[in-house]
Unconditional design. Structure first.
Length: 514
């Protein structure tokens, strides 16, 4: 038998062993029961090597699962980690959501103590088939999605062109990805093209709560919120898959957790799936393990595989794209050209010099030269189809003058909001400082902290308030805080005066000498 045959046989054995260990561990913890409400189901949290759970000291702690005994816990810790786990510390920029929205998530402090699983929420259509942090955040999330749509013109164009034909009619897609404004545009495009979608999050920390609420408000069953526990994570996946009268026939996954959950918990559903799309290296590796063991009976597409990438990345030319700002979020394309005729070479070996030059007239000149072959190509960009013309720019300037008063009013409102927020947090942190311990009474300290918390809560629930409302809230807060601050400074001034007086009476006697 040749060495290659032996290696191939060894790989198959290892893959078979991996899958069997996955099945054994899943069966061992199938006794875990989730009973939050009447519609919940039994599930096992230790199902498989999770792509979303690895302890990271710098992140908030994840809820620990209680195992039956120490022996079970020891066996679980032996579960293979290299092939099947990825860390929670994986940043969002490493996934398909590179253009993660810069806007902060809308939060409601009144909901922090209550798990979304314990709250009965209904959208405006009367549906309860979702579980998000707070459905009231939907309006704020809708604005986030609309902003993202402005910079995703290709997807929006596809939606407008094909939504009348409904090419995805009959598709029942269950998805597990990051839930952000950008992925929401994708989900709503799939729905507009005729697909039925149910969605959950692949990462317990990346979900934008307001975006999840906006999707739920439109009727998309979403089960995700930021800061899920491990129990919540698997519960959301199960609720996403296990729906009476609905059976998924396509899977869109990031990390492989959803795929493996369907494979183990719902094998009959898994066999009827028409295709799987996986975007992460970890998830693809787990699919390869199933394939080598002969247990992957479903077509699967690796969107980051070399075969897929070669359709877009030409091995024999260098495609240069000129972007309007290398650090901008959306990288709007200004132009592109190809430097062709390059010999095949490993990554990092070719030496290609790219030069960007803007002349006095604002015209952009870009050139590229391959130092090994001398091949050169260049492009000059004066204006691009679809960009703003001179007349359009002048119109924007005129509109800016026309709406100057409204802009000033908006600026003043934002300044009032920022002033109130800054003052509330500053006063709260000041009275909580240990340096002031003993200088103000506990009653005064509690009074200030309670008022600050009340103001902060009001701010979170009134993001669109008017300038007068912000000013009124600040006056109310100052009415409570200023007497305490004044008393504090008066005490400090009195102490300083007495110290100086005591120093004068007890100082040394100075005699003048002729």
């Amino acid at each position: 038998m040749t060495d290659s045959a032996v290696d191939s046989k060894t790989e198959v054995k290892q893959a078979t062993k991996y899958v069997k260990e996955t099945e054994n561990v899943a069966e061992k913890y199938s006794a875990l029961t989730v009973s939050k409400n009447s519609s919940d189901v039994n599930m096992n949290v230790g199902e498989m090597p999770s792509a979303a759970f690895t302890a990271v000291p710098t992140l908030k702690s994840v809820k620990k699962i209680q195992f039956a005994n120490a022996e079970d816990k020891q066996e679980f810790s032996k579960f293979p980690t290299k092939a099947g786990r990825r860390s929670l510390s994986r940043s969002i920029s490493q996934s398909s959501t590179d253009s993660y929205s810069s806007a902060a998530s809308y939060t409601d402090s009144s909901d922090d103590e209550t798990s979304p699983r314990d709250k009965a929420q209904v959208n405006s259509h009367g549906s309860t088939d979702f579980c998000v942090k707070n459905i009231k955040q939907a309006e704020f999330g809708r604005r986030e999605i609309e902003i993202a749509e402005q910079d995703m013109s290709a997807l929006i164009s596809l939606r407008k062109r094909a939504q009348g034909e409904k090419p995805l009619a009959g598709a029942k897609i269950v998805g597990c990805t990051h839930i952000t404004a950008q992925t929401a545009v994708l989900i709503e495009t799939l729905v507009a093209l005729g697909a039925q979608c149910r969605w959950t999050a692949c990462n317990i920390y990346s979900t934008q709560n307001e975006v999840a609420a906006a999707l739920a408000e439109t009727g998309v069953p979403v089960f995700a919120w930021k800061g899920e526990s491990e129990d919540d994570f698997w519960w959301c996946i199960d609720r996403c898959v296990n729906r009476d009268g609905w059976q998924a026939n396509m899977i869109l996954d990031d990390g492989g957790d959803l795929t493996h959950w369907v494979y183990k918990k719902y094998p009959s559903v898994f066999k009827k799936v028409r295709g799987i799309v996986e975007e992460s290296v970890t998830g693809v590796h787990r699919l390869y393990q199933l394939s080598k063991a002969g247990k992957l009976c479903v077509p699967a597409m690796n969107v980051n595989d070399s075969v897929t990438k070669q359709k877009f990345d030409n091995l024999y030319c260098c495609r240069e794209s000129i972007l309007d700002g290398a650090m901008t979020k959306d990288n709007n394309l200004l132009g592109k050209f190809e430097l062709s005729g390059l010999p095949p070479a490993p990554r990092g070996v070719p030496q290609i010099e790219v030069t960007f030059d803007i002349d006095a007239n604002g015209i952009l000149n870009v050139s590229a030269v391959d130092k090994s072959t001398g091949k050169e190509n260049k492009i000059t960009i004066t204006n691009d189809k679809g960009r703003l013309s001179k007349d359009e720019i002048e119109k924007m300037v005129q509109d800016a003058d026309k709406y100057k008063a409204e802009d000033d009013q908006q600026r003043e409102k934002i300044a009032a909001k920022n002033s109130l927020e800054s003052y509330a947090y500053h006063m709260k942190s000041s009275v909580e400082d240990d340096a002031l311990k003993g200088k103000i009474s506990e009653e005064e300290k509690k009074l200030v902290i309670d008022k600050c918390n009340q103001t902060i809560s009001w701010l979170e629930n009134n993001q669109m308030a008017e300038k007068k409302e912000y000013e009124h809230q600040q006056n109310e807060l100052e009415r409570v805080c200023k007497p305490v601050v004044a008393k504090l400074y008066q005490g400090a001034a009195a102490g300083s005066s007495s110290s100086q007086a005591g120093g004068t009476s007890q100082g040394p006697t100075v005699e003048e000498v002729d």
